[in-house]
Design a protein around this ligand. Structure first.
Ligand code: PQ2
Ligand code: NAD
Length: 249
């Protein structure tokens, strides 16, 4: 246990209402987070609070095709506009526990600690996903920094140790894995249906895809050099070779 950073002071989380003992900070580093990609399309996400952070989280959910309900007595003009155009539902009032009904997840961004605690506890009772922004002890999931290009998404988490570092790594990683990786993913996806319909075993499919991804010539280098036609030819050849091998067997 590290020495308390704020000995004798109110807990920085403003949540325990006591003296800081750094328990929350240590808890985070001791937590093995299970990283997943959530499918939000046609599910409803609840955002409580319509300020700067509420807007940011609302936009993040909309970008993943979620339906969004914002509960907040006041909201930024941008949130009001989203409600007017029908992109979100805005309930112009304070949070109530029944707001959680039928929601897949809740993200709370209010400036009121009592409300934030209540939302987390209500959500936990329902075994619901809950993120109270920037308050790790009130999160059962946390948000990583994300590098997104086409179907590729690289998530960086520091388990809350340093969001600033996660953000820096995001910028560095986006330079390492650019458009050509996303393009390769799309090209390989186009051939997944064939592979699943034609290659009988998992091992066959694995060998097929790994042969291309790790092949010589390097598919990423081909795409980088604008030689996509050659890559398509390699995929077509690999398919023909796999089919021929199956016929012989
Ligand atoms: C990645 C990102 C995703 C997102 O929010 O979507 C994200 N925070 C981002 C930015 C950011 N947040 C903070 C700074 C200031 C610099 C700094 O403190 O480092 C910056 C940088 C900036 O704003 O430039 C302050 C901060 N954040 C948390 C605390 C609480 C604490 O430390 O106790 C405090 C201190 C508050 C205070 O001091 O009062 C807590 C969390 N923030 C998390 C996520 C989760 C852990 C992520 C991980 O695993 O690393 C977690 C645990 C919970 C959660 O909120 O999900 C997003 C980058 C978006 C992007 O650009 O890609
Ligand atoms: N803006 C930032 O960059 C930032 C960064 C770190 C932490 N924070 C903290 O995160 C919180 C949210 O940030 P913000 O800038 O969006 O704050 P904000 O004050 O602009 O917005 C808070 C929102 O919560 C709503 N709200 C308050 N009580 C409510 C209740 N009972 N039910 C429903 N809605 C309620 C308010 O109407 C308002 O829309 C604040 O506590 C802030 O200190 C903000």
């Amino acid at each position: 246990m590290p020495a308390a950073a704020y000995p004798g002071k109110e807990c920085v989380c403003q949540f325990k209402r006591g003296i800081c003992d750094q328990t929350c900070v240590q808890d985070m580093l001791d937590t093995p987070f299970y990283i997943a990609c959530l499918k939000l399309r046609d599910r409803v996400g609840l955002v409580v609070g319509g300020g700067e952070l509420g807007l940011e989280k609302t936009e993040g959910l909309l970008a993943c095709d979620a339906n969004v309900v914002v509960v907040s007595p006041e909201v930024l003009p941008e949130v009001e506009r989203l409600a007017e155009e029908g992109s979100v539902v805005w309930l112009k009032r304070e949070y109530e526990p029944s707001d959680l009904e039928g929601k897949f997840l809740v993200i709370a961004c209010t400036d009121d600690t009592d409300t934030n605690i209540r939302i987390f506890e209500d959500a936990e009772r329902r075994a619901m996903l809950a993120n109270i922004v920037d308050v790790p002890p009130l999160c059962n999931f946390i948000l990583p920094a994300i590098v997104r290009t086409g179907p590729l998404a690289i998530a960086i988490s520091t388990a809350g140790a340093s969001p600033a570092l996660a953000k820096r790594m995001k910028d560095e990683i986006s330079g390492m894995f650019g458009e050509e990786y996303a393009r390769l993913a799309v090209i390989l996806n186009d051939t997944r249906g064939w592979a699943k319909g034609t290659l009988p075993t998992y091992q066959d499919r694995k060998a097929f895809f790994e042969g291309i991804v790790n092949g010589d010539p390097d598919p990423i280098a081909l795409l980088r050099e604008g030689r996509e036609d050659e890559l398509h030819a390699i995929v077509a050849d690999a398919r023909r070779a796999a089919e021929a091998q199956l016929q012989q067997a």
